[in-house]
Design a protein around this ligand. Structure first.
Ligand SMILES: [Zn+2]
Length: 278
């Protein structure tokens, strides 16, 4: 799933290409893609696209007072659509502009989970964004410490929990734990300020590095292409120390870590649950 760096770089790319284009129509191509009834999307017709902004994992297409909030979920993409075919493969929604350019939201497969919300006013205070926590990059070390201490759980789960902190997913959580030299299973309840500061630095650095990488590309990177020290690198040497990158496997995701850098050399095993239950 695209995380803060990919979403931000993509928002910049779309702003560069579409800023000022006046909306001629918004067309849902699937019955379930539009998640709101009011305001109607037609209310944005004739208005120029001011910018595409980013908040956590959301893209925000701003047309003055109205904003289309888009969540790509796992494999969704929002791209310029030069073909404008009637039934585009995986097509969920299309924004067409008066200059005859358009943007197409697609998601492969049959289980369509990507969505579009139309909101009036400040989108951060409204569904769906008001359901998620503050963007991970917006926290200072003291705020982060308070949040860590008041939600005693494993660090990796904490970082991925969008209700607490938004915009980080599996890859960045793996990378942040590794950069901060903390076990993904470390319990957050008793972390001290120095530990929160390490996590803060790691979040900042990892997001900046991802952003620099994705800004250098013509379109959003694929998960497998994104630079990483431990994520998707099981069996390979840790770039920091040379130890072999290890994993704890779950059905829906994999925790990757370096035992030398993060766990005093100990291999992690999840004793709290069978590996296919979680
Ligand atoms: Zn290492």
């Amino acid at each position: 799933m695209p995380e803060i760096p990919e979403i931000r770089a993509h928002a910049e790319r779309l702003t560069d290409e579409f800023r000022g284009a006046k909306l001629s129509s918004f067309q849902p191509l699937s019955f379930t893609v539009l998640k709101t009834f009011e305001p109607r999307p037609e209310a944005a017709t004739g208005r120029p696209l001011e910018e595409v902004a980013a908040y956590a994992k959301y893209l925000l297409l701003r047309f003055g007072e109205l904003t289309f909030v888009v969540h790509l979920m796992q494999g969704g993409r929002l791209k310029p659509d030069s073909k404008q075919s009637k039934k585009p493969r995986g097509g969920l929604a299309r924004w067409t502009f008066e200059d005859n350019t358009s943007l197409l939201l697609t998601e492969p497969g049959t289980e369509h989970r990507a969505g579009v919300w139309v909101v009036a006013g400040h989108p951060v205070d409204q569904v769906p964004i008001n359901k998620v926590g503050p963007e991970a990059t917006s926290m200072n070390p003291h705020q982060l410490l308070e949040l860590l201490n008041s939600n005693n759980m494993r660090l990796h789960g904490f970082l991925r929990d969008q209700r607490l902190l938004s915009g980080l997913g599996r890859r960045l959580s793996n990378e942040i734990c590794h950069r901060a030299k903390l076990s993904p299973f470390a319990m957050t309840g008793k972390f001290d300020l120095a530990t929160a500061e390490r996590i803060h630095v790691a979040v900042t650095e990892i997001v900046e590095e991802g952003l620099a990488y994705d800004r250098g590309r013509a379109e959003m990177s694929k998960s497998a292409d994104r630079p990483s020290a431990v994520h998707s690198r099981v069996g390979q040497p840790c770039p920091a120390c040379g130890d072999t990158v290890r994993t704890v496997e779950y059905r829906r995701y994999t925790i990757s870590y370096c035992a030398t850098c993060q766990t005093n050399g100990k291999a992690l095993a999840d004793n709290t649950t069978s590996k296919f239950l979680k």
